[in-house]
Structure formats: C-alpha cells, structure tokens
Design a protein around this ligand. Structure first.
Ligand code: SF4
Length: 435
C-alpha cells in the first residue's frame, strides 16, 4: 500500500536576530509566540481526511529541513511527500524537497504561497497545488501512485465546505494539554490591502453549523473538555445568523479562541451569546492609529469607536487581543511614540504587533512592486511579519526596523505585560473562567 507523508512547515518562526533575542527575553512576547507555536497545523489534518482508501499516511509538523527530518521521512518509504508552507518557510520547503527528490521521493507543495507564486515553485517540486487542496487531492495521489504527476493542480471550482470532513486528529501524537484547530469559515468577505488569507484560496465560504458540530464531536472523542482555536480569518463576518454556530460551540463544552472583526462589539445579538458559547478570547485587527493607513478597508474607524467595541466584548467576559500593524505609509517616529503611549494604557487584554508585510498575492504586494519599493535583498524567509521587506515612507528600512524593536521592548516589557495579564484575569473573572 503506498504511503503519503504530510509535512507542515507553517510554524511561527522569527528570523531577525534582535527580534529573536527579544522573543527569548520579553515574557509577554515569548508567551504569545509559544501559544501560536502550540497549535497543530490544520492543512495536513484536513487533507488527510480526504485521502482515499488504499493509502497509509502520517503527519510531520514543522521539522527543520535538516538531515534528521529527511531520514525520518525516508524511513516511512513514502510514495509522496506533500508539504504545506507559508511564504517565510518556502526556502525550507524547497531545501526539504531537494533532499527528498535526490533520494528518489516525489514531492508536492500547497498553501497560500504556492497559490500566489506557482511559477516560482514548480521547478522545485514534482507537483504544485494552487487554491483549495481538497478537490484535487485524490487525483494527485492517484497520479503519484501511477508515476504520472502533473506539475500543476488547480481545482475547477472552490471547495464547498458542506463537503468537508473532520480533520484527522487521530494522526497526531497525544499531547499533554491538547489544543485543537477547527475552521468554521474560509477566507473573509472584507479585503484589507495587506491580507493574504482573505481571498487567495477562493471566495469567502462558511461551513454549515452541523459540520462544525460534527468536527467538535470528533475532537471531544479525544479530549472531553477541549481548547479549540478557530482557524478562521474572520469568524462571524458573513451574513448568516450566528445562532446555529454559537449553539454548536456551546453544546460542545469547548473553550475557544478566535479571530474576528472588532465590529462584533457592536452586535448585541452576538455579544450576549458569545461567552456562553465558550468563547474565551478574540483577536481583532485594530491595525493602526494612523489616519493614513488605507489597508484596513471596510473595518476602518476612529480608534475611540473601536475601543468602545473592545469594552463591550470585555463586558461579556471575552478577552480581546488587539493587533496592530506597524510601518504603513506615514508611520514615523512620532506616530510610533504615540502608539507606544496608547498601548501602555489601552484596556486591551493583550497586544499583537507585526510589521506591514507585502505577502505575494496581496494588493499591497502589487502596489509596492509597481512603486519599486520591495527590497530586492530580502528573500522569502524574511517575510516573517517581523522583518522590514519594503521601503517605508518616510522612514528608512533600518529606521523602521529599529523603531519596531523599541516599540516591542516597551509594549512587551515585564510591567506592561503584567498589567495586561491582570486585565485579562479581571475580564475572565466576569464569567467565571479560570485563566
Ligand atoms: S478583516 Fe482580517 S481577515 Fe478580513 S481581509 Fe481584513 S485582515 Fe484579512
């Protein structure tokens, strides 16, 4: 029986040396990075659920592309190694593929980067999948078994989430404190300029609530009181009535974390049921205090209105992580000092800071490329969200990088992190959730 090894290289990795050092020393930053790194990647688990009979399969998460990883994969004698990777991990994916192909193993690549840049990927893999993987997966495996892989696989239509199957959690090794990821929707109906996830794989789609319930049942068969991260780009963003989804989540008894538009704080119908559905924490894009930041799209608003929405979400006992993107046009030392002052006092349960990054496939990437503002010496492995990869305006790249480090030091200092930690506990205390 042929074997397929599904490899995820999507893990969170900081490359820039000073940022790496900060991640090791600043507790707030370290905790946030650890929480993200603890999440199992959903792509291989999802594809594995669509593997036809007649194949055996295994999943390998975020290995380095080193000899140990290659030997571990070769020991499985796979007929195919399917790799999912983000832009920053593409050089690792290529290195891994090169080593495996040198040993006669066929490789395939899928994911956001493969979708945005198929031409750059096809020379390095036997097959590249653009868009949703599920519709082409059985045909790709059949071609691999027959030794007739095509260089490019593109689904004829976007995958219908009503045809989704519970991810194959059983293929992962047991964990001490399992966290699970689950998708209730794919993409986002908004289209912020910098966002790679919202439209690249296809249009915005929502998974029927009964399918979500089925996936939650599968998780509960492994962990009776699971912690779940909804791997959505923007939960509750569609026009559907959120009640069936909230019912399914509440019935599961799971505690869950998700990402959503700050405007859920202006939806009393949703808010009053959010905590009861098990929602513990929501990550929202507040993005910038700067009025020149065009990238926010339809969710752009004055910061005081957004903070009112945050207060409403906190009021029902759900903690808010506010995300800010640094380095948009107009960002300068003064605006960054203003942001630091704001974040030191802001009633946010936690903060996420990243640098504006023009991922391939985004409107931002096209605009900056047209303006000749992409830094040619920054390879894909610099697209980490913590490295400057474009020429900002008006700061220089070095000035922005250094100002970003200073901001991170201030915002994730022990004192600032402890203040947010206390705030988080007080929010959760409103609904009796143990921190
Ligand atoms: S709201 Fe979030 S997920 Fe949607 S397009 Fe904007 S950044 Fe992307």
């Amino acid at each position: 029986m042929p074997h397929v090894t599904l490899v995820s290289l999507s893990g969170f990795r900081v490359r820039e040396p000073e940022m790496l050092a900060l991640g090791m020393t600043l507790p707030g930053l370290h905790d946030r990075a650890r929480a993200i790194a603890a999440l199992p990647a959903l792509a291989p688990l999802t594809l594995a659920a669509h593997t036809p009979e007649g194949w055996t399969q295994s999943i390998l998460e975020a290995p380095a592309a080193d000899d140990a990883a290659v030997q571990r994969i070769l020991a499985e004698k796979p007929a195919l190694v399917a790799i999912s990777a983000l832009t920053a991990s593409i050089p690792r994916a290529i290195a891994l593929s090169r080593s495996l192909r040198a040993e006669g193993v066929r490789t395939a690549l899928g994911g956001l980067h493969a979708t945005a840049c198929p031409d750059g990927c096809t020379p390095h893999f036997d097959a590249v999948v653009t868009g949703d993987g599920e519709p082409v997966w059985p045909a790709l495996l059949a071609d691999a078994a027959a030794g007739s892989l095509r260089p490019l696989y593109r689904p004829e239509r976007p995958f219908d989430l009503a045809e989704s199957r519970p991810p194959r959690w059983d293929l992962l090794p047991p964990r001490d404190r399992p966290r699970f990821t689950l998708q209730t929707a794919r993409g986002c109906p908004l289209a912020c300029e910098f966002c790679a996830a919202s439209r690249l794989l296809g249009p915005f789609r929502e998974k029927p609530a009964e399918h979500v319930a089925r996936e939650l049942d599968a998780i509960r068969a492994i962990a009776p009181r699971p912690i779940v991260e909804l791997a959505d780009d923007n939960t509750f963003a569609g026009r559907r009535d959120p009640a069936p989804l909230l019912d399914a989540l509440a019935a599961s008894g799971a505690r869950y974390f998700t990402e959503a538009d700050w405007r859920i704080g202006e939806r009393p119908d949703l808010l009053h049921r959010l905590a009861d559905s098990g929602c513990v924490q929501v990550l929202v894009g507040l993005e910038s205090l700067s009025p020149r930041f065009a990238g926010m799209g339809a969710k752009k608003a004055r910061i005081d209105r957004m903070m009112d929405a945050v207060a409403a979400i906190h009021h029902v006992g759900v903690a808010v992580i506010g995300c800010f993107v640094v380095g948009a046009d107009g960002e300068d030392e003064e605006s960054l000092a203003h942001l630091a002052d704001f974040l030191l006092d802001a009633p946010l349960a936690d903060v996420q800071l990243t640098l504006l990054t023009p991922f391939p496939g985004t409107r931002l990437h096209r605009r900056l490329a047209d303006q000749d503002r992409l830094l040619p010496d920054r390879g894909w492995d610099s697209y980490t969200l913590f490295d400057v990869v474009h020429r900002p305006d008006p700061l220089s790249p070095d000035q922005l990088q250094s100002a970003f480090h200073n901001l991170v030091k201030i915002v994730f200092s022990a004192q600032a992190s402890a203040r947010r930690h206390d705030l988080r506990r007080s929010v959760w205390a409103r609904r009796g959730v143990a921190p």
